[in-house]
Write a protein that binds this ligand. Sequence first.
Ligand code: GLN
Length: 555
Amino acid sequence: MNTNYIFVTGGVVSSLGKGIISASIGKLLQARGFKVTIQKFDPYINIDPGTLNPYEHGECYVTEDGFETDLDLGHYERFTGIHTTRNNSITTGRIYKTVIDRERHGDYLGKTIQVVPHITDEIKRRMLGEGTFDFVITEVGGTIGDIESAPFMEAIRQLRWELGRKAVCVHLTYVPYLKAADELKTKPTQHSVKELQGLGIQPDILVLRTERHLDDHIRMKVASFCNVDLECVVQSEDMPSIYEVPVSMQHQGLDAAIMRKIGIPVGETPAMKSWRDFLDKQRNTTREIHIGLVGKYDLQDAYKSIRESLNLAGIYNDVKAKLHFVNSEELTVQNVSEKLDGLQGIVICPGFGQRGIEGKIIAAEYTRTHDIPTFGICLGMQMMVVEFARNVLGYKDANSAEMNPDTPHNVIDIMEEQKNITQMGGTMRLGAYECELVKGSKSYEAYTSNASRQGGEKSAQLSSNSEALSIVGEKGEGLLTKERHRHRYEFNNAYKAEYEQAGMKCVGINPAADLVEIVEIPDKRWYIGTQFHPEYSSTVLHPHPLFISFIKACK
Ligand code: GLN
């Protein structure tokens, strides 16, 4: 297989949007008919971000094969529709663990194990990957000059040398605007490229992040100081939406520049019709609706995929979803109406641990009794269930066993297979499991109705791809889907009959283990909780049907 490799690094500062640029390159090459994959290499020592507090590293994104990964993989999937796996997210910790395990196994008998070549060889092996792709895009986390990313840079330097023209280095830097001088400054970019050159890597393409438009004079200056062709200096200006980035990069010829570097005939520029249709729809959407996110992490990135899923579902419903964070730790019976009034829908967010859960329960009660569309996700669903037990079934002390292991009414209980687990990393019920939807339920309707096939003919065509909706087939009366999970606790089936009798229905069941995956109250406008995370499988061209249907109910 004649695979080509694109390495994406960043300099000057973090948060330049390397993930968005990597995803955009992936999208543009896909549009040219290439088979592409994107992987992220993170320099930290954790094996995966699963054990990290979201304040450290934002949301933890879960792949279908049950790996806890960096949130950039969410961008890759949303932009390209690729289904990533554990091979797409690598950390220094994983690299070292592989090498150390091998050493203990005796595989290097007699040798001294060193960063070069043993660690760098393992990095290179993973960078080259295993699949059959036309392009493998590798994004390296962190900033050039960081001590911990040095082995990754050395691996790229070596691969570059070995692969010749089949490897292209794209470097992102920042061009700050100094207000007092009224000038855009290229010096940080020059320094960053020097740093990279000092590591033996000459970038082929520079992407300059900027808040102001850079004229040709500045691009020429950067090109000549950094030994890069002028056509290979592109700019990434602030955009009203991240989904505009691929089109802007295509307009500046980023994909064409990559192909020329490798020596592939460039050919015609792809139209990317469905993507552009989506952008048109986004630009023309003006009507706003207001959605509350009840959670404990006051940080945009903590609920990244939920935010993006709501935004996307909004656009397909012709509304701009304005999201408002509602801190669950500050919600009380006294202030709940003041905090939630004016919001057309509420999402009760996932999470772990005691902090903020009483606020989630208060929100669930308020929206249930006031019939405000409500979407509970994972812990959010569990708190809907606890609230229902306390206030409808009359079990005042009902709780999740996570919060109170001794509760007499453990309506949410630890899963059997989780009981003896002592290792915390990577041991939850993770990844895609089947869910059978009960025919006639609101959830079933969401997955099958025209509403979820989205407004307009163009969208209908977008979602006719059932794979994207994770629908895997029909089963008896129901419909079988596959959804991604990340949890240890679960609806307690001992209470199922009572719930159903009192009006909360279990309408999504995992057939293999008889686990409740979806609850809903059919009498309400939209009151649905999912044990799984639909946000992980919502993409730009195929937003998840539950988000589409939720927003439809909100508006
Ligand atoms: N803490 C809950 C559990 O482990 C919910 C997890 C989540 O929201 N992702 O079951």
